[in-house]
Design a binder for this molecule. Structure first.
Ligand code: PNS
Length: 164
């Protein structure tokens, strides 16, 4: 039987413990997970693509079943190029459902062979998002329990002047 691989796409700006929880759950179902960070030149990120990728790479450096990659443009085009037909996304709460449902269906309308699998994170991460992590960090709050240690380290190195 061929390896079952899924792509877990996202912005990862930055990677959070919630993402890690979804990846670990995904590895119970798939042989390999490709964590694919979006490169979107028209979007403003806190971290450069290289920094986002480095964080994911370092976090999973001991796990051969995790591949780290990036994509630009449509997710379905990346999946076609990689010959992968499954997307994993996390569903934290009902508030995620609307947009995730739309994305899954729009991706299916463009590429009918692609399936989206939703995984539910541990309840302790149901409130967690990269957006809130960034906000808390930039306002001087403690993010250590929300992200892998390398994220805290990288943010402190990069934004020595924060909190303002
Ligand atoms: O971590 P995010 O920001 O919730 O991830 C969203 C992402 C990157 C999965 C989504 O925006 C995406 O797939 N973008 C690529 C462009 C695309 O394919 N758009 C059409 C379907 S949404």
């Amino acid at each position: 039987m061929p390896d079952r691989t899924a792509v877990y796409p996202g912005s990862y700006d930055p990677l959070t413990n919630g993402h890690i929880d979804i990846i670990e759950r995904g590895l119970k179902i798939f042989d390999k997970i490709t964590v694919a960070a979006l490169k979107n030149p028209s979007k403003t990120y806190l971290l450069f693509l290289e920094e986002r990728l480095e964080i994911i790479q370092e976090t999973f450096s001991n796990n051969e079943r995790i591949e780290v990659d990036y994509f630009e443009g449509l997710l379905v085009d990346y999946l076609k190029k990689r010959n992968i037909t499954t997307v994993v996304r996390g569903l934290r709460a009902i508030s995620d459902f609307d947009i995730e449902f739309q994305m899954a269906l729009i991706n299916r309308s463009m590429a009918p062979s692609i399936e989206t699998i939703f995984l539910v994170p541990s309840v302790c991460y149901s409130f967690l998002s990269s957006k809130l992590v960034k906000e808390i960090y930039l306002l001087g709050g403690e993010i250590k329990k929300m992200v892998p240690a390398i994220v805290d380290k990288k943010l402190k190195e990069k934004f020595k002047q924060f909190p303002l």
